[in-house]
Design a protein around this ligand. Sequence first.
Ligand code: ARG
Length: 289
Amino acid sequence: MRLSSNIPPYLLLLSVSQHKFPRKRTYLMCSPKHFDVTYAINPWMNPGAEVDSELAVRQWDGLRQTLVDLGHTVHVLTPEPDLPDMVYAANGAFVVDGTAYGARFKHRQRVAEAAAHQAFYESEGWRFVAPGEINEGEGDFAYLPEAYGGLILAGYGFRTEPAAHAEAQEALGRPVVSLRLVDPHFYHLDTALTVLDDRTVSYFPGAFSRSAQRVLAQLFPDAVLADETDAFAFGLNLVSDGRHVVLNSEATGMAAKVEAAGYIPVPVDLAELRKGGGSVKCCVAELRR
Ligand code: ARG
């Protein structure tokens, strides 16, 4: 091209390497039609608080529409009346290479959600592996297709049992790295660590044990580091397609950090769902073929 004829090739290469490419995704979500805070199983939940489920539905639908407008496919599960946390669809399974490793919830209030997810995967023809160990699906598992040939990161300490990490490795045939979570505010991995693109993570070190911090620093020297303010604003609980980063609009510091790293922040208001202790990522499970 004429315009670029004076630009040295190494600079062109540099700008190409910094460009972030989106990949079309398939997601699963579940409407907060029956969302409520009637029990407390994490420090964010206050059963006395007023919950506006209609507002929650409007905000949730804004998130769903945002993902659709970015070109992604969004499947929806039918919400069930006695399962007020069912909106947090990320917890129902963990899907890699066409196999869904099912969830087994820690708290009795959420146990029945697992069957709804299982029925979805089975009816849609996915290979489904029933879990023997306590695990809360993509809440505690993350996948990086291009790091080390395909790597699973897994959290434990509050919900998912370490034994489930080994079970996931058997079910999915990808190496699983166990990371211990130490702050109850960040009780699921997806509140403290996120996958920005196929090989890049962002995380808040303070949510992890010293040893887990060392492991993360060793594996991901180029990670985008988040701070406590970002994490408390649910800034890490985001969904990225590799270029567009959909995140809670309250997480302005995190939006600035992902933008500086070359991504496009797409803020959405999901304030009502924070009352249950979750945000964008909690509401979205990724289905990976
Ligand atoms: N109230 C739900 C719980 O405590 C919130 C789950 C949030 N989901 C997530 N993927 N972090 O289980």
